[in-house]
Write a protein that binds this ligand. Structure first.
Ligand SMILES: [Fe+2]
Length: 277
């Protein structure tokens, strides 16, 4: 599996605080079956002023540590990019890294407030040739009043990355409900850990792959953790990768198959807002 959202680099943002913690996270990820990690520290003007050059240097140093310790993880570059009017310029100039140098980038919306012109910002990135991967929409406090915005963006070609721990209940029942809904309705393109800490926010994907398989079947679950993230690392065009289930009618065939195999899933989704705390 490949984890394309992980705050594992030591002492660079609010993720791993030092090298021993970063190594502990890498060991957990390797034991979980993760072979590639995109190191994606925050780039947030005024808060985390990371640049591609600094991230690259930190990755080279950490990769040497992993290799020295015999931890079989390949690191690739990335960033957890916050909205910024200069985003397209930053990408074009190389100051802001994409995922593994590809056309794909992580785009993190503000957590508590729906930003004005968010849709326009996403379309601007797409018009410039990038594929924005919107991070953890299921965890945003404003998702329930804007779910249609995310499905609209998904239908127009933006990608949604759902947090692995959302599907396994690590973020509570409300986030689990929205995470399951994005996956079951075929709007999730990737699962990623968004790990920050070995215990509190661990880099675990396998348990979420199993949870996704119960919703949409084993094949799509593998697309979420392997096929599409590998395609991102290889910079394959989105239309050469498995499409989102909503686009191919697969949700009804495969998603409902998963739900039929596990009637509790369907019942929980049908209860909808009854799930919220
Ligand atoms: Fe993140």
């Amino acid at each position: 599996m490949l984890d394309l959202h992980c705050h594992i680099l030591p002492s660079i943002d609010d993720g791993a605080t030092d090298l021993p913690m970063a190594l502990a996270m890498a060991r957990i990820a390797a034991a979980d079956g993760i072979t590639t990690i995109a190191c994606t520290p925050h780039i947030y003007p005024g808060v985390y002023e990371n640049t591609a050059a600094g991230i690259r240097a930190a990755i080279a140093a950490f990769q040497a540590e992993l290799d020295g310790q015999g931890i079989a993880i390949r690191l690739v570059e990335g960033a957890d990019v916050h909205l910024d009017p200069a985003l397209v310029d930053g990408l074009r100039s190389g100051r802001i890294p994409t995922l593994a140098g590809s056309r794909y980038l992580l785009l993190e919306p503000p957590h508590h407030v729906a930003p004005p012109r968010f849709e326009e910002a996403v379309f601007e990135l797409m018009a410039a040739g990038y594929v924005p991967v919107i991070t953890h929409p299921e965890r945003l406090t404003w998702v329930e009043s804007h779910y249609d915005l995310f499905t609209r963006l998904s239908q127009r070609g933006a990608w949604m990355q759902i947090t692995a721990g959302a599907l396994t209940g690590r973020f509570g029942r409300r986030v689990k409900y929205w995470g399951e809904r994005f996956v079951a309705e075929g709007h999730a393109m990737l699962l990623a850990t968004d790990a920050h800490h070995p215990e509190r926010r661990p880099p675990l994907l396998a348990e979420a792959r199993e949870a996704a398989a119960a919703l949409v079947g084993v094949e799509e679950a593998m697309h979420l953790v392997r096929t599409r993230p590998q395609g991102v690392v290889d910079d394959l065009a989105p239309d050469s990768l498995p499409p989102p289930l909503h686009a191919c009618g697969g949700f009804r065939a495969e998603g409902m198959q998963g739900a039929r195999d596990n009637p509790g899933v369907l019942a929980r989704l049908m209860r909808g807002f009854g799930m919220r705390r």
